[in-house]
Design a protein around this ligand. Structure first.
Ligand SMILES: C=C1C[C@]23C[C@H]1CC[C@H]2[C@@]12CCC[C@@](C)(C(=O)O1)[C@H]2[C@@H]3C(=O)O
Ligand SMILES: O=C(O)CCC(=O)C(=O)O
Ligand SMILES: [Fe+2]
Length: 360
């Protein structure tokens, strides 16, 4: 077979995995995979949801949300439109290829450049109006896709507002204190991104990686994953006596059809002054299923700084992190990737932060 540039390799018809997509086993098996452990499932409409969510965000940085009020029919349409998009022939998808310097479009997500091999996935990033991005893909036939994605973004924004309130409440903040927190006050102007991911069935799943290990950089991410096809894994770091000596394992996140996955991102970790763990996660691939996922990233608008909430800063240690905007933080991540939180430690806090980051 003539060799094509790796970005033109069609994952959907592959019968073997090329060198460009073959990962060393040290990536897949860097930590053992937990046999029986489960991310907490929380009905977020329960009156006592805050304390459960608080505990999950501290221990896991992730939970499965039920009772979220996002209509099941809409989740179904989002998934079918996502599959419809990825089922287009490769040359058609390339019409929406993202340009250097812009985040929207079809292409490799930024984390890809920090790994020596290519991931067994395709991604579509939608920031702003989806019409601009997909109108070239389906001339005259993109309106349903766009309507579904716009409707989904409205539902996600509403859900994000509720989650933000409950998560801040779980940190002990009163209503009037929340109003003073920039990212909460500015939620209407939030910066939102939809990331559509596609993981075709893989002929050699033990040597391929769907999405390499990372934390998300925003406040938090709401992920919808196709029912029945597992793949998402979260790193569970159990600290015995908080000294980081406990076991670290990958835990498979069960694909519950009615649940949305919520994971804490780096900006909420900063806001909580290190109390909430920014969950490290990845996606593995399987031999049979074609899995898709849709991630909604949310953060404050570019001019709003994120900093540790004053009420959560203890007077002796002070704030663990310095104020940072999301665009500034994305710039730091583009340079140092998984060291970005270390790079924004506040100069007055030379010691390692007291909470999750020290649990290595
Ligand atoms: C607003 C965002 C959030 C981004 C960057 C930009 C657009 C694409 C997002 C992702 C999607 C895939 C994982 C990630 C880690 C990646 O490489 O690209 C995400 C990243 C982040 O959470 O930082
Ligand atoms: O597909 C998944 O389960 C994970 C996707 C993800 O982590 C992301 O888009 O940031
Ligand atoms: Fe992610």
């Amino acid at each position: 077979m003539p060799s094509l540039p790796p970005e033109l390799f069609d994952l959907y018809s592959a019968r073997h995995i090329p060198e460009s997509h073959t990962w060393a086993s040290s990536y897949l098996y860097d930590h053992p995979i937990a046999a029986a452990d489960f991310v907490p499932t929380i009905d977020i409409s329960r009156p006592d949801a805050a304390s459960l969510i608080g505990a999950a965000c501290r221990c896991w940085g992730m939970f499965l949300a039920t009772g979220h009020r996002v209509p099941a029919a809409l989740l179904g349409s989002v998934e079918s439109q996502t599959r419809r998009l990825f089922s287009l022939p490769l040359h058609r998808k390339l019409r929406a290829a993202s340009h250097p310097g812009s985040i929207s479009g079809y292409g490799r997500p930024p984390l890809s450049s920090f790994f020596p091999k290519l991931m067994w996935s395709e991604g579509f990033t939608l920031a702003g109006d989806p019409t601009d991005i997909v109108s070239n893909l389906w001339p005259g036939d993109h309106s349903l896709f766009c309507e579904v994605m716009e409707e989904y973004k409205r539902e996600m924004k509403d859900l994000a507002g509720r989650l933000m309130g409950i998560m801040l409440q779980s940190l002990g903040l009163a209503q009037e204190e929340m109003g003073r927190i920039g990212p909460m006050r500015e939620l209407q102007r939030a910066f939102e991104v939809l990331q559509l991911n596609s993981y075709p069935a893989c002929p050699d799943p033990e040597r391929a990686m769907g999405m390499a290990a990372h934390t998300d950089s925003g406040l938090f991410t709401v992920l919808h994953q196709s029912a029945g096809a597992a793949g998402l894994q979260v790193l569970r770091e159990e600290a015995e006596d908080g000294d980081g000596s406990g076991p670290t394992r990958w835990v498979a996140v069960q694909p519950l059809p009615e649940a949305l996955v919520v994971n804490v991102g780096d900006l909420f970790h900063i806001l909580s002054n290190g109390r909430f763990r920014s969950a490290k996660h990845r996606a593995v691939v399987g031999p049979v299923d074609h899995r898709v996922s849709v991630a909604y990233f949310v953060g404050p608008p570019g001019d709003v700084k994120v900093e540790p909430v004053r009420a959560l800063v203890d007077p002796i240690r002070g704030p663990v992190y310095r104020p940072v905007t999301w665009p500034e933080y994305l710039g730091i991540r583009a340079r140092v990737f998984d060291q970005a939180l270390v790079a924004v430690r506040s100069p007055e806090s030379p010691k390692p932060p007291p909470f999750t980051e020290s649990l290595k």
